[in-house]
Design a protein around this ligand. Structure first.
Ligand code: HEM
Length: 209
């Protein structure tokens, strides 16, 4: 970047400026932390709800390594299904059309703001057998081999799709597998005291209709 700042300084200082560098690096932190953390948290919740899927054998017994990933199809299937089901960025990011376009008989002029509703793909009933249920079998063929379906797009698709897809997938695999191999996550345990009060936790209270 420093080298580029020197070579480009006569033409433009906009792109390779310190200000832009700070914005870019901050973007990576913002885009990369909450997304991955929320997916992991949703994954842990799902493993508590579907304990059969956190079966130690299916998650491998050694320290997880990316090189071994292909030998762990069930783990891949669980993680992919967590991402599909958790659907953590339902509306992607706002974009704009670069040209006039007709999509499914609908005319969209150039520069229209568009939001891609990723849920419509991740929960598409023509693509997923039981779209509203967490089911790792969605991502396995009849021989138990991992399959990546075209409708699996939590990172969106096209030129402006997630720039951190491979990093995120690597992080999810390593963290998820390490956590589940070493720990069993249980539902709320009572706090120690005279009464069996719950440990501090957050809830959402919804007014009844
Ligand atoms: C489970 C984790 C993640 C999910 C589900 C996710 C999902 C997405 C989605 C849906 C978009 C919008 C794409 C579009 O508008 O078409 C996006 C954009 C982006 N993501 Fe991620 N992301 C994840 C992790 C990360 C990580 C770890 C990084 C980098 C450290 C990252 C960097 C970015 C950047 C830079 C963009 C903007 C790309 C652009 O505008 O060209 N993401 N992500």
């Amino acid at each position: 970047y420093g080298e580029k700042q020197d070579t480009e300084k006569d033409t433009s200082t906009d792109y390779f400026s310190d200000e832009n560098l700070i914005a870019l690096v901050s973007n990576l932190f913002v885009a990369g932390t909450e997304t991955t953390a929320s997916t992991l948290r949703r994954g842990i919740l799902l493993m508590m709800r579907y304990p059969e899927d956190r079966n130690q054998k299916s998650l491998g017994l050694d320290n997880p390594r990316i090189a071994r990933r292909t030998q762990m199809p069930y783990t891949d299937a669980v993680i992919q299904e967590v991402q599909r089901f958790a659907n953590i960025l339902p509306a992607g990011l706002p974009r704009a059309t670069t040209t006039d376009i007709v999509l499914k008989n609908c005319y969209i002029p150039k520069a229209t703001e568009v939001i891609i509703f990723l849920t419509s793909v991740l929960r598409d009933q023509t693509q997923w057998e039981i779209q509203d249920i967490f089911n790792p079998e969605h991502c396995l063929n009849s021989k138990g081999k991992f399959i990546k379906k075209a409708a699996f797009m939590p990172f969106s698709s096209g030129r402006r799709m997630c720039a951190g897809e491979s990093l995120a997938k690597m992080e999810l695999f390593l963290f998820f597998t390490s956590l589940l191999q070493k720990l069993t996550f249980c539902h709320l345990t009572p706090d120690i005291g005279f009464t069996t009060r719950p440990t501090p936790h957050e809830i959402c209270a919804v007014v009844r209709a």
